[in-house]
Ligand binder design. Structure first.
Ligand SMILES: [Zn+2]
Length: 222
């Protein structure tokens, strides 16, 4: 895994020196939905894309501008759009995160941290797709797994990032549990791993980053 990341970083750095004409640019699009307008305001107040784009502009040199766009999509999604050269985060995605975490978290601050942490994990997952596409980076194994790993490893650098990765894991666990059903109902055909697998894969990488510090993640009943 470390080798893969090292190769990825070397490739990105190499390409960065070769092509450096673009930057990450963000926008929070207006909506006719009152709740989504509120989400736009909260994202802007939290400087969600501001801080992400500041860090990315320092770390990655792009061959052209990439948009980071929060917008109403009329579907629950977050995705890399090669046509628009943009990473799109739908307000509907934010809505589903609020719904999922509200079931278990009452404290407003805790809820907000979980929602925006998971959103950050999802964002970096999409950034992984974007970088693979822009720099034509080969991914080992399934691309969806590779970009989950990329997002987690990207976030492992800081305590806030680790909380975000664990919020992402927690989201997959929650929606996996909520969907219930029998084994036959699980989406084995899907390009993504099963929600529970995504949960365990993220937690495993966080634990492996510092087994002493994150021992509680693998203790029984914790
Ligand atoms: Zn994906």
């Amino acid at each position: 895994m470390k080798k893969l990341i090292a190769v990825l970083i070397i490739l990105l750095l190499g390409l960065a020196f070769a092509q450096n004409t673009g930057s990450f640019r963000y926008s929070y699009e207006d909506s006719n939905n009152e709740l989504f307008r509120e989400y736009a305001q909260i994202l802007s107040q939290r400087q969600f894309f501001e801080s992400i784009s500041q860090n990315l502009n320092k770390a990655i040199a792009l061959p052209y501008d990439i948009g980071l766009v929060a917008v109403q999509c009329d579907t629950i999604n977050a995705f890399w759009s090669p046509d628009n050269k943009a990473i799109v985060v739908c307000y509907e995605m934010l809505d589903i995160l609020v719904d999922a975490f509200r079931r278990d978290i009452n404290d407003q601050q805790e809820l907000s941290n979980a929602v925006f942490g998971a959103l950050e994990f999802i964002f970096y997952h999409e950034l992984g797709h974007a970088l693979i596409d822009i720099f034509e980076i080969p991914s080992t194994g399934r691309e969806e797994d590779a970009v989950d790993q990329f997002s987690t490893l990207f976030l492992l650098d800081t305590d806030v990032g680790i909380s975000a990765a664990l919020s992402g894991a927690s989201f997959f666990y929650t929606i996996g549990e909520a969907s219930g059903g029998s084994v036959q109902d699980l989406a084995f055909w899907d390009e993504h791993s099963l929600n529970q697998q995504r949960f365990y894969n993220i937690v495993c990488l966080v634990f492996g980053s510092n087994p002493n510090q994150y021992q509680n993640l693998v203790m029984q009943n914790s």
